[in-house]
Design a protein around this ligand. Structure first.
Ligand SMILES: Nc1ncnc2c1ncn2[C@@H]1O[C@H](COP(=O)(O)OP(=O)(O)OP(=O)(O)O)[C@@H](O)[C@H]1O
Length: 744
C-alpha cells in the first residue's frame, strides 16, 4: 500500500501511483467513516449550483483542475504568509508544493497540497454550508447566459464545486494546524455531505488532499499526459511546484549489448541496428516530475516574455476568462523603492465597477520578495478611479513580517503607489499614441473613470484631461477628439472650448444653439455622459482655454468689429417692441429677451444664465432623484431660481411677422396662445422638460383645431406661478424622478 509520505519523494521508480486515492481508505476505514460521520445539508444556493454543474454540457469541464490548483496555491500562500510571523507553523510540513496523481484501477484523481488545510469547522463552512457572496451572482449569470458555460465559476468564489463536472463522488481529507485531528469530507453532490475524523490518522501533516472519483466518461483525466497539458494550459504561473506522477519509457542497455561493446572485433556489426536491437530494453519508469518550471513572470525580463505569456498570466491571476487585456505595462521601480510590477487594463470593467467606485476592490496582488502577502490593499495602491486596473506588485523593501494592518501605513507602499499611478497614466498615453483602435476601445470602457480622475486628482488633472476623448460636431459617432487636438484646430478668433450637453447625441444635434456655431465652422464638443457636467464644474479650463457651454450666458463668437456691433445695436432697436411684448407675456419664465447671435434657422431659443441650470442639468438632477434636503440646498435653490433668457432670431420670418403684429397694436389672444406654444416647443428643443404638459397638449389641439376648421374647446393660457401655488410643496414633483444615476 503506498503511504501518504511518498508525496514528498520527488523521484521514485515504483510503478504504482503513490498518494491515497481510493486505495487510501481500506474497507475498514470506509466502515469507520460510516460509523462516525456527521451529515450536513448543502446551503440551498450551493445545491442549486451543483445541480447546474452536474447537468451542464461538457464544454470546458477541464477547468475543475485549474480551480483545484488555484485553491491549493491559495492555501499554500496562506501558510507561507503565516510562517512569516510564526515560523513554527511550517514545521508540520515544510515542503510547499502541489502533487497530482491518478489511479486507473480505482478511477481516481488526487490533488494534494501542503497548504494551511482546514479544520473540521472550516470543512463544513467552506465546502457547503456558508454561501459565498458570489454564489447567487454566479447563479444569475448562468441563468442569464443560458450557455452552459461554467468556466466563469472561479470568478465567483465557488470554484471548488466544479469538481462535480467530472466526479460523482469527492473526498477531501484535510489537516490544519488549528485542529488536532485530520478530517474527511465526502459528498456525492447536490444535497448533502458528511464529515468524519480520518480513520487513518494524520497522514498529511498539514494540507489538503482532494480525491475525485471520476465519472465513467471522464477517464481521460487518468491519463498523465492529458493532466500535464491541462496543468501547462492553466497553471503555468502558479508559484509553487506542481508535481505530477507520470511514467515514461526509458531504454536500458542490456548485458548482452555491453559484451558486444567490449568486443573490438565486432565494431561494424555494432552499427548495424538490427543486431543491436535485441540488446536494448524498454522499461516504463514512473516518477514525480515538476510541470511548472518557470520563475514568476514578473521577475523575468520583459524582452523574454511573449504577448501570449502576458495574456495567459493575466487570465491566471485574475481568474478571468472574458477576453484579452487591452494593454499592460511591466516595469521595475528602482531608486527610493525597489519593486517590480505588471499592470493590466482588463478587457472591460468589472460588472459593478462604476457602482462601487467608492469601495476598494481586490485588484492588486502584493508580494514581498516573491512571497504573496495580500490582495486586500487596493485602496492604498490606486485611487478609486484607477481601481479598474489589475496589478501584481512585488516589493523588495518591505519587511516580510509586516502585518496587514501596519502595511497600509507603510511609507514604501505610498511611494510605490505614486509610481504606479504615474506608470498607469504613461501606459494610457502610450496606448493613445501607438494604437488608435485599442485606445478608443479603452475610452469606451474607461472614459468615465478617467473623467472621475480629472475631477478628483489635483496633481494629475492636466495629464488625465489630456487623455480624455469626446465626441464633437466633427466626430459625432466616436469619442476621439482630445482636448489638445481640439485646441490645435480652433479658429483664430476663438477664445473658448465650446461644448453642448444633452442626454443623447441626437438631442444635442437638434439643439438650436449649435446652428450658427457649426455653420460658422466652430467645433463643439458633445457631452453625453452625466458626469460631464460635474467635470466642467471642477475643470474650468484646459491649457489656458476656458470651457463655454453654448446653451449658457452670452456667447462670444464671430465678428466683434465696430461695424458688426453697430449693426447688432440697430437690430436691438428695431426689435425693441417685440422684445418688450415677449418679456411681459412670458414674464413667469424669462426675464430677458435678446437678439440672438447664435441662431441660424430656429426662430428662438432659451438660454440659461451663467449660474443657472441648463435643461440638461435639470434632467440629470431629476433622474438622480434629489431628496428634500438637497432641494433645500441654497446653491440649488439659487441655480434653479435663475430665470432664463429668450433669444430670438431676427432673420426668422416668424419673428419678423411677430414684430409687425406687435407694431400694429397689442396682439390678440390667439396670437398670444400661438406664441405660448412656440415658447413651449422652443423650450423642448432647448433641452428643457415641458412643465405644464396638459396645457401644452390642449394648446396644440386648439391650434390644430383651428387649422382644420374643427370646434375645439378653448385651451388655458400659459399657467402663471400664482395659480400653481398649491403645487409648490415639492419644488420638483417626485414623479419626475426616474431612477438613479449611479455615475453621479
Ligand atoms: N486546498 C484547499 N486548502 C485549504 N482550503 C481550501 C482548499 N480548497 C478550498 N478551500 C477553502 O474552501 C473555500 C471555497 O473554495 P472555492 O474554490 O469554492 O472558492 P474560493 O477558493 O474562495 O474562490 P475561487 O474559486 O475564486 O478560488 C476557499 O475559500 C477555502 O477557504
Amino acid at each position: 500500500e503506498p503511504q501518504q509520505g511518498e508525496q514528498i519523494v520527488l523521484s521514485s521508480t515504483e510503478h504504482h501511483a503513490p498518494g491515497a486515492g481510493a486505495q487510501g481508505f481500506s474497507a475498514l476505514d470506509t466502515e469507520k467513516i460510516r460509523e462516525t460521520e456527521e451529515k450536513y445539508v448543502f446551503e440551498t444556493e450551493v445545491s442549486k449550483i451543483m445541480k447546474i454543474i452536474i447537468n451542464s454540457l461538457y464544454k470546458n469541464r477541464d477547468i475543475f483542475l485549474r480551480e483545484l490548483i488555484s485553491n491549493a496555491s491559495d492555501a499554500l500562500d496562506k501558510i507561507r504568509f503565516m510562517s512569516l510571523t510564526d515560523s513554527a507553523s511550517m514545521s508540520t510540513n515544510s515542503n510547499l508544493n502541489i502533487s497530482i496523481t491518478a489511479d486507473p484501477v480505482a478511477r481516481t484523481l488526487t490533488i494534494t497540497d501542503s497548504g494551511v488545510g482546514m479544520t473540521r469547522q472550516q470543512l463544513k463552512d467552506n465546502l457547503g454550508t456558508i454561501a459565498k457572496s458570489g454564489t447567487s451572482e454566479f447563479l444569475s449569470k448562468m441563468e442569464e447566459s443560458k450557455k452552459d458555460d461554467v468556466s466563469l465559476i472561479g470568478q465567483f468564489g465557488v470554484g471548488f464545486y466544479s469538481v462535480f463536472l467530472v466526479a460523482d463522488r469527492v473526498t477531501v481529507a484535510s489537516k490544519s494546524n488549528d485542529d488536532p485531528a485530520q478530517h474527511v469530507w465526502v459528498s456525492d453532490a447536490v444535497n448533502d455531505f458528511t464529515i468524519a475524523e480520518d480513520p487513518r490518522g494524520n497522514t498529511l501533516g498539514r494540507g489538503s488532499q482532494i480525491t475525485l472519483h471520476l465519472k465513467e466518461d471522464a477517464v481521460e483525466f487518468l491519463e498523465p499526459s492529458n493532466v500535464e497539458s491541462l496543468i501547462s494550459k492553466y497553471s503555468e504561473f502558479i508559484n509553487f511546484p506542481i508535481f505530477l506522477w507520470k511514467g515514461h519509457n526509458e531504454t536500458i542497455i542490456s548485458e548482452k549489448s555491453e559484451t558486444l561493446e567490449s568486443n573490438d572485433d565486432v565494431e561494424e556489426e555494432e552499427i548495424d541496428s538490427e543486431k543491436t536491437e535485441p540488446e536494448e530494453l524498454t522499461e516504463e519508469v514512473w516518477e514525480w516530475s515538476q510541470i511548472n518550471t518557470q520563475k514568476p513572470i514578473w521577475t523575468r525580463s520583459p524582452k523574454d516574455i511573449t504577448e501570449e505569456e502576458y495574456v495567459e498570466f493575466y487570465k491566471t491571476f485574475t481568474k478571468s476568462n472574458d477576453g484579452d487585456p487591452i494593454a499592460w505595462s511591466h516595469f521595475k521601480g528602482e531608486g527610493d523603492v525597489d519593486f517590480r510590477s505588471i499592470m493590466y487594463i482588463p478587457p472591460r470593467p468589472d460588472a459593478n465597477f462604476y457602482q462601487s467606485l467608492a469601495s476598494a476592490t481586490n485588484n492588486v496582488k502584493l508580494f514581498i520578495k516573491r512571497v504573496f502577502i495580500t490582495d486586500d490593499v487596493a485602496g492604498d495602491f490606486f485611487p478609486r478611479w484607477l481601481s479598474f486596473l489589475k496589478a501584481i506588485v512585488d516589493a523588495e523593501d518591505l519587511p516580510l513580517n509586516v502585518s496587514r494592518e501596519t502595511l497600509q501605513q507603510h511609507k514604501t507602499l505610498k511611494m510605490i503607489s505614486k509610481r504606479l499611478v504615474k506608470k498607469a497614466l504613461d501606459m494610457f498615453a502610450q496606448l493613445a499614441k501607438n494604437d488608435e483602435k485599442k485606445y478608443s476601445e479603452f475610452i469606451s470602457h474607461y472614459g468615465v473613470a478617467l473623467k472621475y480622475g480629472a475631477i478628483e486628482s489635483q496633481s494629475h488633472r492636466k495629464k488625465v484631461a489630456s487623455l480624455l476623448r469626446f465626441r464633437s460636431s466633427q466626430n459625432a459617432q466616436d469619442a476621439v477628439v482630445g482636448l489638445d487636438h481640439y485646441i490645435e484646430r480652433m479658429k483664430p478668433d476663438q477664445k473658448h472650448i465650446f461644448y453642448a450637453s444633452g442626454m443623447t447625441i441626437e438631442e444635442i444635434e437638434q439643439s438650436p444653439f449649435l446652428e450658427r456655431l457649426v455653420a460658422d465652422g466652430y467645433e463643439v464638443l458633445y457631452f453625453v455622459d452625466p458626469i460631464d457636467e460635474m467635470l466642467m464644474q471642477n475643470m474650468p479650463g484646459y491649457d489656458g482655454k476656458s470651457f463655454s457651454n453654448i446653451a449658457k450666458g452670452d456667447i462670444k463668437i464671430g465678428d466683434d468689429s465696430d461695424e458688426a456691433k453697430a449693426e447688432h445695436k440697430e437690430l436691438e432697436e428695431t426689435f425693441k417692441p417685440l422684445q418688450n411684448w415677449l418679456k411681459s407675456t412670458l414674464s413667469e419664465y424669462i426675464d430677458k429677451v435678446t437678439i440672438s447671435k447664435r441662431l441660424a434657422t430656429s426662430p428662438m431659443a432659451i438660454v440659461t444664465p451663467e449660474f443657472g441650470l441648463t435643461g440638461h442639468m435639470e434632467k440629470l438632477l431629476a433622474a438622480q432623484g434629489m431628496n428634500a434636503a438637497q432641494k433645500e440646498d441654497a446653491l440649488y435653490k439659487f441655480m434653479a431660481s435663475q430665470k432664463k433668457t429668450l433669444e430670438v432670431n431676427p432673420k426668422h420670418p416668424i419673428i419678423k411677422a411677430l414684430l409687425d403684429q406687435v407694431e400694429s397694436g397689442e396682439p390678440d389672444e390667439d396670437i398670444t396662445q400661438l406664441v405660448t406654444v412656440l415658447y413651449e416647443t422652443t423650450s423642448i428643443r432647448s433641452g428643457f422638460q415641458v412643465k405644464d404638459l396638459r396645457g401644452f397638449t390642449q394648446r396644440i389641439e386648439e391650434v390644430v383645431g383651428k387649422g382644420v376648421g374643427a370646434e375645439v374647446a378653448k385651451a388655458p393660457t400659459l399657467k402663471k406661478e400664482e395659480e400653481e401655488e398649491e403645487e409648490e410643496e415639492p419644488i420638483v414633483p417626485e414623479d419626475l424622478f426616474v431612477g438613479g444615476h449611479d455615475e453621479l
